[in-house]
Write a protein that binds this ligand. Structure first.
Ligand SMILES: [Fe+2]
Length: 253
């Protein structure tokens, strides 16, 4: 419980500090984050390209690897995703520093079936849609697929660090804490700010499918929010929206 409170306090403090920070150097856009996996995807080479985009000392804070479906089916792509995440984390970890308490790291991997998420996990069968930061993850990545039978579900990203700097806004100006069935909350952008934040500092990555992996720098100081447009099921029989998620958080060993 202590670490839950600590990380929320750190997220709040980091967001409050953004009001006084200069605009980060890397502007967030779909073009700025996209990396083609190429005809012979290599986790080591791609990890460097992902790291360069994830870190905020020049990068936009997110990365989108595309084109993996040209060389891999879904099981192969999930295996590749796991390797790529491990390689990316190895490169990003030195930059994560002591920002979050804990003396070790915990890497988590799972497959989430949107619309069928066990209620005891998040209190909702659907993954979170409003722009937010995850509570514990330092970085995370999602490989989408299989996907069928729906409209919507476009992935949204926003550089709230840039927005807060431009508008001298603090946590209470823009955010609420999420209501969760389990202890702990995440910072959620209030609905009335969403259109301005997206228009000034956001990117619509579109609905992602097989062969596309989205990486997000979710460190408190990074100031990257993520969310999705509502999913509308158009074919209940054929509907599927799965994503393979990798994430890492600090933990006491
Ligand atoms: Fe999330």
């Amino acid at each position: 419980m202590q670490s839950t409170i600590d990380i929320q306090a750190m997220r709040r403090a980091a967001l409050d500090a953004m009001a006084g920070l200069p605009e980060p150097p890397g502007a967030l856009s779909v073009e700025a984050i996209r990396i083609d996996a190429g005809s012979q995807p290599d986790p080591g080479t791609l990890a460097v390209a992902v790291r360069d985009r994830l870190l905020r000392d020049g990068g936009p804070g997110a990365a989108l690897v595309t084109g993996l479906d040209a060389t891999s089916d879904i099981p192969e792509a999930r295996k590749f995703h796991k390797e790529l995440f491990a390689a990316v984390w190895e490169l990003v970890e030195p930059a994560a520093g002591d920002e979050v308490p804990g003396n070790g790291y915990k890497v988590k991997m799972n497959v989430i079936a949107d619309g069928a998420i066990p209620l005891e996990l998040y209190g909702n069968a659907w993954s979170f849609k409003k722009l937010h930061m995850d509570r514990d993850a330092l970085i995370f990545s999602h490989l989408y697929g299989p996907t069928a039978g729906f409209d919507g579900g476009a992935l949204l990203l926003a550089d709230v660090r840039a927005y807060m700097g431009l508008h001298s806004a603090g946590f209470t100006d823009l955010f609420d804490w999420s209501q969760e069935p389990t202890p702990g909350s995440k910072p959620v952008l209030r609905a009335e700010h969403e259109s301005a934040v997206l228009a000034e500092c956001g990117a619509n990555v579109g609905p992602l499918g097989p062969g596309e992996i989205l990486f997000v720098n979710n460190l408190p100081s990074a100031g990257i929010l993520h969310g999705a447009t509502p999913v509308e099921v158009t074919d209940p029989e054929g509907y599927v929206r799965e994503y393979h998620r990798c994430s890492v958080r600090r933990a006491d060993r």
